[in-house]
Each structure stands twice: as structure tokens, then as C-alpha cells.
Ligand binder design. Structure first.
Ligand code: G3P
Length: 217
């Protein structure tokens, strides 16, 4: 399963890309609004660092506006993927942009029916928001299971990009279900590394080594 970083923060992207575990980045207007500087320049810099798919979201809400904005964002860098919100306009814009060879991530997906329509429009990625479903007492990961099953039934090439990830067990569950990608905020990536027994184990190895070597001197 590929791991994407869900952020517009250059420092976090540099940190986790340097480790070698990040395959791409997703941004959205809320995340970009937190960062100082020109969003185009930030997007370009992200592409240079990650050298994988980087989702940049349109702000337009009508079909023509989404297509125009999508074409423009796609000129920033070949790694840019155009993120469009799900809806009639988003699905139509997705179909049009895909016909021009521009990759599209259909976002704000909350049902299997929506994911089916995104795939029919040729979406490169579909982004179901699991955390926001959990927030309203609906099982977000159950939606991932349904989408994976539907896409497998019909051989859709759209990749399932699990978004709105809040904790490490979302990532583990996504991997067990065969989702293609999980996009995670930096704290969730950080939590994937952690296990108290690893820390205790390293500490014990070093103490044992020091005790034995000290006794030999
Ligand atoms: O990429 C968008 C998505 O991951 C949002 O997450 O935590 O705001 O629901 P959240």
C-alpha cells in the first residue's frame, strides 16, 4: 500500500520523504490555507521533493471553472493531480480532464455509490473520508471495504485513496482491506513508527552492552 502525506507543510514533507516511505502528497484548501506563501510555489516545491503524485484541489464549483482551474494547476508540474469535489460538476469535470490526459482525484466521497460514479468517470484516485464518517457514528472503514469490493468486481483502475485518516489503526485496516493508498497527516505517520517495546528493547540492548563492556575494563 502506498503512503501519502496529507499536508501542505514543506518541513513535514521534507522530513518524511527523507526517510523514504512517502509515495505522494495530498493537499486541500484547508491545508494550503495554513501555509504562508504562494500556493502555486508551495505546490511546485512539494512536487520537487516528493517526485510522486501531488493532489492540488480546485476552488471552482462549476464544471467549466473546475476544468479551467484543473488545466491551469496541471501546468505547475507533471506530478500534479487535480482534486475535484464529488458532485455532478466534479464528476463531469473529472471525465473532461481525464479525456485530456490529466489525472484526477475525486474527493469528499462518503458513499460507495459516489465512488462507483467517480470510477465510471475515469477518476485516477477516489478519496473516501473515513474519519469524518466515524465522526458521525458511521463506520468509515466499512466504506473502504465496499469500494474495494466494487472496484475489484468490475476491474476499475481507479485507486482507492483512504483520506481523513486519524489514527494508525485506520492505516492498518486500510492495508488489510487492500486499499491502494492511505494519505496521513504527519502525526499519524509518526504514530506508525511507535511501539513502547521497541524503545524498551533498544534501551535494554544498550544497557546490556555497556554493563558487559564496563565489566571487562
Ligand atoms: O485530504 C483531506 C482529508 O484527509 C481531510 O481530513 O481530518 O480534515 O477530515 P480531516
Amino acid at each position: 500500500m502506498k503512503l501519502f502525506l496529507d499536508t501542505g507543510n514543506i518541513k513535514d514533507i521534507e522530513t518524511y520523504c527523507a526517510i523514504g516511505i512517502i509515495d505522494g502528497v495530498t493537499t486541500n484548501p484547508s491545508l494550503m490555507a495554513k501555509e504562508a506563501g504562494d500556493p502555486r510555489e508551495i505546490t511546485k516545491r512539494i512536487c520537487q521533493i516528493v517526485k510522486g503524485p501531488v493532489s492540488a484541489e480546485v476552488l471552482a464549483t462549476d464544471v467549466e471553472g473546475m476544468i479551467r482551474e484543473g488545466r491551469d494547476l496541471a501546468t505547475i508540474d507533471p506530478h500534479v493531480v487535480i482534486k475535484v469535489p464529488f458532485g455532478k460538476a466534479g464528476v463531469q469535470a473529472c471525465k473532461a480532464l481525464r479525456a485530456e490526459g490529466i489525472r484526477v482525484n475525486v474527493t469528499l466521497v462518503f458513499s460507495a455509490a459516489q465512488a462507483l460514479l467517480a470510477a465510471k468517470a475515469g477518476a485516477t484516485f477516489v478519496s473516501p473520508f473515513v474519519g469524518r464518517l466515524d465522526d458521525v457514528a458511521t463506520d468509515g472503514m466499512e466504506l473502504i471495504q465496499q469500494i474495494v469490493e466494487i472496484y475489484r468486481n468490475y476491474g476499475f483502475e481507479t485507486e482507492v485513496l483512504v483520506a481523513s485518516v486519524r489514527h494508525p489503526m485506520h492505516v492498518v485496516a486500510a492495508a488489510r482491506m487492500g486499499a491502494d493508498i492511505c494519505t496521513c497527516p504527519a502525526p499519524v505517520i509518526e504514530s506508525l513508527f511507535k511501539h513502547p517495546l521497541t524503545d524498551i528493547g533498544i534501551d535494554r540492548f544498550l544497557k546490556d552492552w555497556d554493563a558487559a563492556k564496563g565489566a571487562q575494563q
